[in-house]
Structures are given as structure tokens and as C-alpha cells.
Design a protein around this ligand. Structure first.
Ligand SMILES: [Zn+2]
Ligand SMILES: [Zn+2]
Length: 1020
């Protein structure tokens, strides 16, 4: 052994978190990421646009998943020499942030925010974002994500806001912007309307129990007759103005004078039955006509085709101020709109004794009142799916309010066309995007909140709406308030008054802020300097983000270079959120999709497939997971699961990954240990396999090339699952074929330099392929194995290799299948692999005949023959498959198979009773003659001669002895090179016929025989 070993030795198992921390410090010290960017500067571009993460709380495990994928493909492209931007984004304003700050400050309502003060509230929001963006950055670094962390974009920057203003001005010029007065889903806690795209997720619905009431509305001029309606929202009854019937449906009058739909009460006997049309126009007494709100309101029956005959009574109570469809009907039938609740969901003063109560609180008094008035026909409860606020989980109500909308009519088709140019992974999500675009309503962009994009709308009493498109325009039009404008947020922006474009009157901004998806949707323009004439240093990090980020505002040429993005990647739910908003804005401004390809993925669940929740106790903290399992293990877990299915995550799965990783780790360890013994010293310049190679080395070369090629194709298709599958198969081939077959070449005296070199080549190339997914351990092993090459695997580039010889690989694949069959036959006979056998016959795999010696060695037989196997063939129908196909004919086929009246068509196919049967339609069994074990699969059959003679038994005992001694060497902690003296009991003396072989394989200098003592070894 040389004085100083060439390689550091490896522990039995890696301590992932410890080695990762070392690598992180070393990356920092050697500025590896900076070197990488420098190396690729000016190369071809790979443009990735980061979807901003809300900097609101620490990152969770599912963020770790998304960030891993982003990092993997950026690292892969960097290995291939692509120049990249690496700009990370933080979403930093809107409800997400506001609600957390409200909790932090103990504020419970909008009134309390206003009392606290909007300026102080805005500062708290910014501080929270500044704090958590730092926390998240640390977490992402720990995960191994390489980004330009000093130049993140923050969507609350003034520059970002200005770009949205520009977009809104464009939308206004096109005539798409309008103020709508409509019924909208409303969160009473947040005090704002919410839009279709925010609320559409499955998670925004919960099962809730509500009252179920049957109420009668006495008809006027029809003594003793009343309509019966059904409702689950008692709070809407005081705002009732109409009752709707289905015009063509039958309605019956019961003996006690109640009108209901006949279809709903089939067992009832009716005194009269009429069509719904005949009830239309009738007037009735409302349930709460005495309330001031109901003053002057007449109640009548209206027709409505959408009345359901699946629930209720078939007569629907209509309150246009408290329901979306009700509101639409009010337009058609000119019904009064009574709005019963204020923005915090409390009944308004015009509702008498109910005033001030919430929609929930008011239920009981309403029911009591109906009962007292004798119009409560029935009362119960109902369990149904009910929408809750996506942000704060409060049950939603409907309110009629003014909101600002962007019409989707004209942009819909261009967006569909743009989506047609996008490559989606998995491909089925493209259709989901199309579905969303076909069904999207107008974009509700206004929120009645505080810390968000200030909508630059200045309506004037002259009827003109001024929409400010930039800060400069604001400054030009401003008549007061500019001097106090610290940043483009409330309250400062509210104090700026401008002159109306049309009449010069002084006008003020509407109080609303914008939908947060405007903030994230504009970043393809705001961060890349669209239409910006000159590059401005730190020009993006303005307003609230000044001092937090250093991001520049590039110039228009830069935008042209990087737009559209080659790739974006987010969770599937972003189809209706970020993918939608960025597509909407980009198609509006440029007519083309802002991204060329998308990778999208499902949610992360626990290892049993349940949603992770803090309340159920199965949530896993990202930091803890990074500390306990390590980042590489986490990344492996994420990358090995199909993105279109829910991902499983947990510590048991992590342990499994750690175990699987050992196959490769042990291969490196094997090389390192024997290389240190033999003094093998590889050189980077010789990273190739050339010349006359031993057959096994040739195979390893081709196998490595195939691995590199397949991984490249998978990475190019954004398919990490195939990369990992290929890697595991390759690691298995390397360890369980190449190394096992080559072992003696490593430990025989002097070693075989060609074997060392081939193995080193394979290990080094593997590190380059796996570096994007396992960046830490790849670099850890790289630094150990590569002595004079690039200092980091991430600086080594992607391996360029030749087309693999697939024919050779298939041939060896076949050899491995024959060996596996032989092992299976041996196991069925209960014989250990250490027991040599005489003969193996192989039928049906002629292409491997050149490898008889290898097969003999691998299967521990003296002789391999190729030819027919003498075995009885038994074929049975695979009933679950064949039954449905053959029906009555099955019997005849079954009988033919049973009596042996069938033809073997080869390749696992048979013909019986006139039917051709495929390999999956039959179960094939081959029974060996006595003294033979048979195994068969896919047209290949092997027969193992299981007869033992004294000679074979003795040799089996020799192999068993060698195994025992080597196990003892390990137990006693001997070094691989230590020589021993072996003492065997007299009973083992006959084994010494193989004395030299035993000595060679256990490194014994002497073998002693000593009566009936136990087997023992001692260091020589
Ligand atoms: Zn809410
Ligand atoms: Zn005006």
C-alpha cells in the first residue's frame, strides 16, 4: 500500500445532512455557482421564469418539491452550457400577506385595520415579507437550490405596480375594462369579493350543516292558498321579492291549500293540478313585509326554466340581493334588489330587529318569527357542500357590489391559440388549461382591501374614467399629494389627486386594490424590462422592495432576449391562477404565450397518501425533514414520483431511498478501497474508454453510454422519473454485474488497471448525470474521485458520449435473464448458490451461446448446454382474461389444454380448439423430470441438473468455508490486505484438496488442522 492513500476512504453509510452542510460551505467558499454562471455566460439561453412564492410563512414540504424541480432542470441546462437568469420571485402583497399580518397584530376586522392605520399596516406587511423571504431563502439554499438570491423580484415593487398600470391602461384603451354591479361571492371576514379563479379549487368547499326550511307564502286574492318554498339560508328571507316556478312543470294544490311541484310529492293527492305558467304573475304576502327594507316591494311569481325538480318544493324563493342567479333574474324581470347585509356580513339597519346580526346569528330569530306567524311549514337541517374563503376559510355569502372587471370575450380565442403552442408536461394538463380558458368568466380584478396593487382608476362625475398607466403619467396629472408619496401603496397613493383627462376636475382614486394574480402575471414584463429604453441599476427594486432586493430593471433588448420563457413549472392548481393570469396579460400585450413549455405536478401527501395537516399531526416541517433525511434524499423522493399523481412523502420512504442509494455508494467504496491498495491514480485527461477492451469493460462502456443517452432524453422531456429509474437500473448493473463479474481483477495481486479505469470512468460519468437531482452527494463523491479535473461536478459539463451499441446491451440483458431463471430454478429446488451443480440446459435464448462461460460462473454449474429441455409443458387458461373473451368456447379450449391437444406457436403463444392464445391469456408451467429443476419465462426455459455427487458436495463445502472465513475477517475488523492464519477442525481436512484456492480467497498464509476445535482465524 502506498504511504498516502490516493482516495479518502468512505464510511459504510453516508451521513447525508452532514456531508451536505460541508458541501454548502465549500460551494460558498469556492464560489462554485458564480463560476458556473461565468462559464456559461454568453452561451445559448435557457429562459426560466420563476412563479413567485408568497413570502408569508416558512416554506413547507410541498414548496420543497416545486423548488427541487426548478433547480433540477436549471442545473441540467447549466451542465449543458446554457446561460440562465436564476431570478427568484416573491409574491408580496394581497390577501395572503394581509391576513397573516392581521393575525400577528390581533386585528379582527377591516375597521380595526383602519383604526390601526393604513401606513403602519403597510409597513408591517412589508416587514413580514422581508423577514419571511429571508427565512425562505435560507431554506432553499439548504435544499440546494441555486438562484441569484440577492436580486429576487418582489411583486410589491413600484416598478411591478407600474407595469400592471400600463397593462390596465391598455385594457382600458381596448374597451375591455368595466365596472360591474353584480352579485358576487363575498367573504364577510375579509370584507371583499372573491373571484372565480381564486375560489375554484376543491379545497375551497367543505361539508356544512345548515337549516332546511319549508315556508309558505300566502297568495293574494286566493283565500286559503299559499306557495311553499324551501330555503337553506334563513337570512335571505327578509330580502325576498319573488318566487320562481318552472313554466312547463305540473304544480298541485294540496287539500290544506299548499302549492308545490307534483314531481316533488308523487304520493300526495292534489285537489287541483296546473302548469307552472298558470301560477306566474300571482301575488303573495312576503314573510317580512313589515320591515322598512320591504317598504313598497310587491311580491310575485316569476317563471324560471332553471328551477330544480330534484330538491325543495319546485318553487324557489328569490332574493336578488343575496344570490347570483337571483340577481340575474332581477335584471330580466325588473325586480327590486334588497341587499340585506353589510360588508362584514351583518344585517343592515333597515332589517328591524334582525339588524346587526350576522347571517348565522339571524337564523334562529328568523325561524322563531316564521313559526310565530304560522308560515313555517317544516324545519330540519341539511348537510351540503358549501364554499369557504380560499384565504381565511370563512363561509362565503353573496352580496351585490360594484367590482371592476376585464372582459374575457375578445381575449379568449387568442389565449386558446396561444395555449396551442405550449408543450405541457404531463400532456393532459394542456386540455385542462383549454377547459379553463373556454369557461373563464370576466376577470374580477378589484378587492376591497389595503395592502395590494392600487388600481389606478380615477372616475369623474363628468362620466370619464382616467386610467393612469405609469408613474410619470401620475406625476403629470397630479394636482396634489405627490410630495408625500413614499411608495405606490395605500394610504400614500390615495392622497394623490389628479385632474380628469376629459374635464380637468380634481378626481381621486377608487379605494380598491387589485387581484394578486395581476402582480404575478406581469412579471414577464416587469422583471425583463419590456419597453424600457435604458437599463436601470436596481431599477426593479423600487418602492416597498427598495433595500430588500438589488434587482435591476433591464432594457428592452434584454426582454427580447429572454421572452418568452422556455419553461415554467408550478402546481396543477396554478392553471386557473398563475398560468391563467400570465397568459392573459402576455397575450393581451404581445399576442403570444409567455411560456413555451410547462411542467406541472400534483400535491404532496404523507406516506399513507393522506393530506398533510397540522391539525391531524401528520404535517412534516421542511426544516426538520432537511435536517433528518437530508436534501438529496428529499430530492430523490420528489424526482422519482410521477408528477401527474399525488406525491407521497415521509421518513419511511426516505429510509428506503437511503437504502437504495447504498448500491451506488458501495460501488464507489469498492473502487476507493481497492484503488488505495493497488495505488490506482486516475487522471481527468483519461476520462474515456478506448482501445482493446476486455468484453466486460466493453459492455460497461456501452452500458454507460446508454445510461447517459437515456437520461439526456428524459431530462429534455422534463421527466425526472425516467432519469431516476434509469439511474437505479444502471447502478444495479454496475454493482451486480460489472463489479461482481470483475471482482478478481481488483483484488488479484497488482490488480488489473483496465478494470480500475473502467469502473472509475463509469462512476464519474454517473455523477455527472445525477448531479442535477443529487447535487450534494454527487459533488462529495466527485471531489473524492476526480483528482485533477474540474473542482466541482457542476462545473464539469454534461458527458458527451457516443451512440451505445444496443445490440450488445440486449445480448447481455438476455444473459442476465437466463442467469435469473437459473437462480429461480435453483431456489425452487432449495439449493444454495454456493452448491456447485453439474449442468444447465438453456432452451430458447440462442443469442447468448457465446456467453456460456459467464453463465456457468454466475450460476455455479460445471457446464452450460444450449438445446431442448426435457420438460413436460402444462398450459392452463388464464381465466380472468380468457373467460370474458371466449365465453362459451372456453370449455372446449380448457379441455384441449388439459389433454395436451394444443400447438406451441413459440414466444409464449399457443393454439387450442381453433383459438390462438396470447402469452397473457395462458399460465405456462414446465415440470422437470426427476433430478431436474426447471424455470421458464417469455419463451426461454432453463433446466438445472440437481443431482449431487461427493465431488460436488465437497466443493460446496469449500465455498461455504470461504464464505464463513470472509465473514469472520469482517467481524474481526481486518483490513482488506491483512493476511491470516486459518485453523480448521479435522472434520474439514478433506477440503484441503482445494488448499490453494482457499488461501487465495481468504488471504491465508497458512492453514492448520486442529482436532475438533472450532474454525478460527488470526492475523498473520
Ligand atoms: Zn376571508
Ligand atoms: Zn371629468
Amino acid at each position: 500500500m502506498p504511504e498516502t492513500p490516493v482516495f479518502h476512504s468512505l464510511p459504510t453509510v453516508p451521513d447525508h445532512p452532514a456531508l451536505e452542510k460541508e458541501i454548502l460551505a465549500w460551494w460558498e467558499e469556492r464560489r462554485i455557482f458564480d463560476q458556473l454562471r461565468e462559464r456559461n455566460r454568453g452561451g445559448p439561453t435557457f429562459s426560466f421564469m420563476d412563479g413567485p412564492i408568497t413570502a408569508n410563512n416558512p416554506a413547507a414540504v410541498h414548496h420543497g418539491h416545486g423548488r427541487t424541480l426548478k433547480d433540477v432542470f436549471q442545473r441540467y441546462k447549466a451542465l449543458q452550457g446554457y446561460d440562465e437568469r436564476y431570478q427568484n420571485g416573491f409574491d408580496s402583497q394581497g390577501l395572503w400577506v394581509e391576513v397573516e399580518v392581521e393575525k400577528e397584530l390581533g386585528l379582527g376586522s377591516k375597521r380595526e385595520i383602519e383604526e390601526y392605520g393604513l401606513a403602519a399596516f403597510a409597513r408591517k406587511c412589508r416587514d413580514r415579507v422581508a423577514y419571511f423571504s429571508e427565512v425562505m431563502t435560507e431554506q432553499c439554499r439548504r435544499l440546494g437550490q441555486w438562484m441569484d438570491w440577492d436580486n429576487d423580484y418582489y411583486t410589491f415593487s413600484d416598478t411591478n405596480i407600474e407595469y400592471i398600470w400600463g397593462f390596465l391602461a391598455t385594457v382600458n384603451e381596448r374597451g375591455w375594462l368595466y365596472k360591474g354591479h353584480r352579485s358576487t361571492q363575498w367573504c364577510p371576514r375579509c370584507g371583499t369579493s372573491l373571484s372565480q379563479h381564486e375560489q375554484a379549487g376543491e379545497e375551497n368547499y367543505v361539508e356544512m350543516e345548515h337549516p332546511s326550511l319549508f315556508v309558505s307564502f300566502p297568495l293574494r286574492g286566493r283565500e286559503g292558498e299559499a306557495l311553499v318554498v324551501w330555503t337553506t339560508t334563513p337570512w335571505t328571507l327578509p330580502a325576498n321579492v319573488a318566487a320562481a316556478v318552472k313554466p312547463g312543470a305540473d304544480y298541485g294544490l294540496t287539500a290544506d291549500g299548499r302549492w308545490v311541484a307534483v314531481a316533488r310529492f308523487p304520493d300526495e293527492t292534489f285537489a287541483r293540478v296546473v302548469k307552472g305558467d298558470e301560477l306566474v304573475g300571482l301575488e303573495y304576502d312576503g314573510p317580512f313585509d313589515e320591515l322598512p327594507a320591504q317598504d313598497g316591494v310587491g311580491h310575485r311569481v316569476i317563471p324560471w326554466d332553471e328551477v330544480s325538480l330534484d330538491e325543495g318544493t319546485g318553487i324557489v324563493h328569490i332574493a336578488p340581493g343575496a344570490g347570483a342567479e337571483d340577481f340575474d333574474l332581477s335584471k330580466v324581470y325588473d325586480l327590486p334588489v334588497l341587499a340585506p347585509i353589510d360588508e362584514s356580513g351583518r344585517m343592515l339597519p333597515a332589517y328591524g330587529a334582525f339588524a346587526g346580526m350576522t347571517t348565522t346569528e339571524v337564523a334562529e330569530p328568523v325561524i322563531a318569527e316564521l313559526d310565530a306567524r304560522g308560515i313555517l311549514v317544516g324545519e330540519g337541517t341539511i348537510l351540503h357542500r358549501y364554499p369557504i374563503c380560499w384565504r381565511c376559510k370563512t363561509p362565503l355569502v353573496f352580496r351585490v357590489v360594484d367590482d371592476w372587471f376585464i372582459s374575457a370575450d375578445e381575449i379568449r380565442q387568442p389565449m386558446l391559440d396561444a395555449n396551442d403552442t405550449v408543450a405541457w408536461t404531463p400532456p393532459q394538463y394542456k386540455k385542462r388549461m383549454d377547459d379553463w380558458l373556454r369557461n373563464m368568466g370576466d376577470w374580477n380584478i378589484s378587492r376591497k382591501r389595503y395592502f395590494g396593487l392600487p388600481l389606478p382608476f380615477y372616475p369623474c362625475e363628468c362620466g370619464h374614467l382616467t386610467v393612469i398607466g405609469s408613474r410619470r403619467e401620475l406625476e403629470e396629472r397630479a394636482v396634489s399629494g405627490l410630495e408625500q408619496l413614499e411608495e405606490l401603496h395605500r394610504p400614500w397613493i390615495d392622497a394623490v389627486r389628479i385632474a380628469c383627462e376629459a374635464c380637468d376636475r380634481e378626481v381621486e382614486r377608487i379605494p380598491e386594490v387589485g387581484d394578486a394574480w395581476l402582480d404575478a402575471g406581469i412579471v414577464h414584463f416587469s422583471t425583463l424590462g419590456w419597453r424600457n429604453p435604458e437599463w436601470i441599476e436596481h431599477g426593479y427594486a423600487t418602492g416597498a422592495s427598495a433595500g430588500i432586493s438589488g434587482a435591476d430593471l433591464p432594457d428592452h433588448a434584454y426582454w427580447e432576449k429572454w421572452y418568452p420563457a422556455d419553461w415554467v413549472s408550478e402546481m396543477r392548481e396554478q392553471i386557473r391562477l398563475w398560468f391563467y393570469s400570465q397568459c392573459f396579460m402576455a397575450v393581451t400585450l404581445t399576442g403570444v404565450s409567455p411560456y413555451r413549455s410547462v411542467l406541472t405536478y400534483e400535491k404532496v401527501f404523507d406516506e399513507r397518501g393522506r393530506a398533510m395537516h397540522k391539525s391531524t399531526g401528520n404535517a412534516i416541517d421542511l426544516d426538520e425533514a432537511l435536517d433528518r433525511m437530508g436534501a438529496d434524499v428529499m430530492r430523490w423522493l420528489f424526482c422519482s414520483q410521477t408528477p401527474s399523481e399525488p406525491l407521497k412523502f415521509g421518513y419511511e420512504l426516505a429510509d428506503d431511498v437511503k437504502r437504495r442509494f447504498l448500491t451506488f455508494w458501495n460501488s464507489v467504496k469498492f473502487l476507493v478501497e481497492y484503488a488505495n491498495i493497488e495505488g490506482f491514480r486516475p487522471s481527468w485527461a483519461a476520462l474515456n474508454l478506448e482501445g482493446d477492451l476486455a468484453p466486460l469493460d466493453r459492455w460497461l462502456l456501452e452500458r454507460t453510454h446508454a445510461f447517459v443517452h437515456d437520461a439526456e432524453a428524459a431530462y429534455d422531456a422534463f421527466d425526472t422519473v425516467s432519469v431516476m429509474r434509469g439511474y437505479e437500473a444502471y447502478a444495479d448493473d454496475l454493482s451486480n454485474w460489472y463489479i461482481r463479474r470483475s471482482r478478481p481483477r481488483f483484488w488479484q495481486t497488482g490488480g488489473d488497471p483496465a478494470a480500475f479505469h473502467a469502473l472509475w470512468y463509469a462512476l464519474v460519468q454517473t455523477l455527472r448525470v445525477t448531479a442535477p437531482i443529487l447535487p450534494f452527494v454527487a459533488d462529495h463523491l466527485w471531489r473524492m474521485l476526480v483528482l485533477d479535473g474540474p473542482e466541482s461536478v457542476h462545473l464539469a459539463g454534461w458527458p458527451e458520449v457516443e451512440e451505445p451499441d444496443r445490440a450488445l446491451l440486449d445480448e447481455i440483458g438476455e444473459v442476465r435473464r437466463v442467469v435469473a431463471l437459473a437462480h429461480q430454478a435453483r431456489a425452487s429446488a432449495g439449493l444454495s448458490l454456493r452448491q456447485p451443480l453439474r449442468r444447465l440446459v438453456v432452451e430458447g435464448a440462442a443469442s447468448v451461446s457465446a456467453h456460456a462461460a459467464e453463465i456457468a460462473a454466475e450460476t455455479n454449474v460445471k457446464e452450460v448446454e444450449f438445446g431442448a429441455v426435457d420438460a413436460e409443458l402444462r398450459v392452463k387458461p388464464n381465466l380472468p382474461v380468457l373467460g370474458p373473451r371466449l365465453g362459451k368456447e372456453l370449455r372446449a379450449v380448457q379441455q384441449a389444454l388439459q389433454t395436451g391437444a394444443f400447438d406451441d406457436l413459440g414466444g409464449g403463444r399457443f393454439r387450442a380448439a381453433g383459438h390462438d392464445l396470447g402469452p397473457d391469456e395462458v399460465l405456462v408451467e414446465r415440470l422437470g423430470r426427476d433430478g431436474a429443476a426447471v424455470a421458464s419465462a417469455d419463451g426461454t426455459t432453463v433446466e438445472l441438473d440437481t443431482a449431487l455427487d461427493d465431488e460436488l458436495v465437497l466443493e460446496g463445502r469449500v465455498r461455504e468455508l470461504i464464505r464463513k472465513v470472509n465473514a469472520m475477517r469482517k467481524e474481526q475488523g481486518l483490513a482488506l490486505t491483512d493476511r491470516i492464519v486459518l485453523t480448521v477442525p479435522a472434520v474439514d481436512e478433506p477440503l484441503l484438496r482445494w488448499e490453494q484456492r482457499i488461501k487465495d480467497e481468504v488471504l491465508a498464509v497458512e492453514i492448520r488442522v486442529d482436532g475438533d476445535v472450532a474454525l478460527s482465524i488470526s492475523k498473520a
